[in-house]
Design a protein around this ligand. Structure first.
Ligand code: MN
Length: 498
């Protein structure tokens, strides 16, 4: 489900013919070496493709248009090795529609003090040429990433790698299709939003289906298929009967297995990558999809509860952006539930009724079957676990009526002090930056929701860059947040994004 294209990034070096063929030969040689070494670094998640040096208006325009047309190209990396008069770039940049990275580097790391002469300076003048180029990109108001540093520096390579993931998120955002099973929960404000505006801004297609249409797909799943999946569950997860009759327990689990298969077939057949459900509108479904949704999220589907299509699309987006990441720690929908307000141990217990993605789990995962406190269905089976420790980001995309705002909060995930044996749901526990009180005050002032799209595998810069590319407001809550400045950020946003 998480198959994305084998994306590539084009490496385009700018120059001019003022300094002769010998200089241009070296420019090409240098940029080829940079591309080769970047690809060999093992740090970049996607391949960089070398392109012939850009020296004329015609070639620049043609190259950018070819990049637009090439389905595998997810972005262009530009670098001015020598001086490249920037008026040559105007038409190409005007027509270019994909993510743009300006890598401000130079081939040599050190000034060659003993041998440096005017020829060397003319050939290696990115400090000069990249300023000319950056000026025109800024004047044209084009959103782009700028990364400064030597191309062999691992930190620079890590930043290019991170940007590549953002770029793929920008490209893939317009392919996200969310299936709404029933409507949003009645009377709830924060899960609502303008779906037309979401398609205009993010490219998301958000469609509703009557719940019984998908319930039919679930009912059509054979007993043999269901039982095979139940076997897989029983071999993979711990079974916590907690006094229930084993045969009855298994029947409850089988309901979720049938839902998982039926939902996945329906999603695949109709081409959706994310979905929402609503516990109050389940039609012919026997249980609220719990375990089934957890497994679908693990496979790469986005999910939002109570009709929360914004969270569903964001979870899907983050799963795409982190695809294939080495040592990935997971991405899930989460919900702020309960605080620990003991001094020095502050944090927010994250959970949901059922639907937390097991990709964030640490340690054993078990299946429990317990009543829901809401709704009118059978006791649903669900996966229960606790989550990994370490840094993560929680995001909330809210519709403020005249615009979308993405709130991005740095959080530190921790183990809770003691086990919670009576809690029948998966959990995470985190302390928001810069501390529970300031971080939460800022979140409330920004209008952040209780549902979040959370990941350990992206940083705030990546999500903020994605938001900038979508043309929406992004606000950050992190170790540097103080309320006075944060309120100014919100005021600035309300003026700029009106
Ligand atoms: Mn909820």
């Amino acid at each position: 489900m998480l198959n994305t294209k084998s994306y590539k990034f084009w490496f385009c070096t700018g120059s001019q013919d003022l300094y002769g063929d010998e200089c241009l030969r070296k420019v090409a040689e240098h940029s080829k070496i940079i591309v080769e070494r970047l690809n060999a670094s093992g740090i970049l998640p996607y391949e960089v493709v070398w392109k012939p040096t850009l020296i004329t208006n015609e070639l620049i325009r043609r190259t950018f248009n070819e990049a637009n047309m090439d389905e595998e190209c997810a972005g262009v990396i530009t670098w001015m090795h020598t001086f490249s008069p920037a008026k040559s770039w105007i038409l190409g940049l005007q027509e270019y529609r994909k993510p743009l990275l300006h890598l401000h580097t130079q081939f040599n790391e050190e000034i060659p003090y003993d041998t440096i002469d005017m020829d060397f300076m003319n050939e290696n003048q990115a400090a000069h040429g990249d300023r000319e180029y950056a000026h025109i990109v800024t004047r044209m108001g084009i959103e782009r990433k700028v990364i400064v540093g030597h191309w062999t520096d691992a930190e620079v390579q890590e930043r290019i790698a991170a940007w590549m993931r953002t770029a793929v998120g920008i490209i893939e955002s317009s392919h996200i299709r969310v299936m709404r099973v029933a409507d949003n929960m009645r009377n709830v404000a924060v899960t609502e939003g303008d779906k037309v505006e979401a398609q205009l801004k993010f490219g998301w297609e958000i469609d509703a289906y009557p719940v019984n249409e998908i319930a039919e797909s679930v009912a059509a799943v054979s007993e043999a298929d269901t039982n095979a999946l139940v076997e897989e569950y029983y071999s993979k997860y711990e079974i916590l009967l907690e006094g229930r009759d084993p045969a009855e327990f298994r029947r409850h689990v089988a309901v979720q297995a049938q839902i998982e298969i039926g939902f996945e077939r329906f999603l695949e057949e109709k081409g959706y990558h994310a979905l929402v459900t609503h516990f109050g509108d389940l039609g012919a479904l026997k249980q609220l999809p719990g375990l089934a949704i957890q497994r679908l999220m693990e496979k790469g589907y986005g999910f939002g509860a109570e009709g929360d299509w914004k969270v569903a699309a964001m979870v899907r987006l983050m799963k795409i952006m982190t695809v294939g990441k080495k040592d990935a720690k997971g991405t899930s929908m989460l919900e702020d539930y309960t605080y620990n307000m003991v001094k020095g141990k502050e944090g927010i217990l994250q959970a949901h009724m059922l639907e937390i993605c097991p990709s964030i789990a640490e340690g054993p995962i078990s299946i429990k079957c317990q009543p829901l406190s809401m709704g009118d269905r059978e006791d649903p089976a669900r996966l229960v676990f606790t989550s990994k420790t370490g840094a993560g980001i929680a995001t909330s995309l809210v519709d403020l009526g005249n615009r979308f705002r993405l709130i991005i909060q740095d959080v530190e995930c921790k183990k809770v002090e003691k086990p919670m044996p009576k809690l029948p749901v998966a959990t995470d526990f985190w302390t928001p930056q810069p501390d529970l009180y300031t971080g939460t005050e800022a979140w409330l002032l920004a209008g952040g929701a209780h549902h979040t799209a959370f990941t350990y595998d992206l940083n705030a810069e990546q999500m903020g860059d994605w938001a900038n590319a979508m043309g929406i407001e992004a606000v950050y809550i992190d170790e540097n947040t103080n309320i006075r400045d944060f309120k100014k950020d919100l005021m600035l946003g309300s003026v700029y994004y009106r």
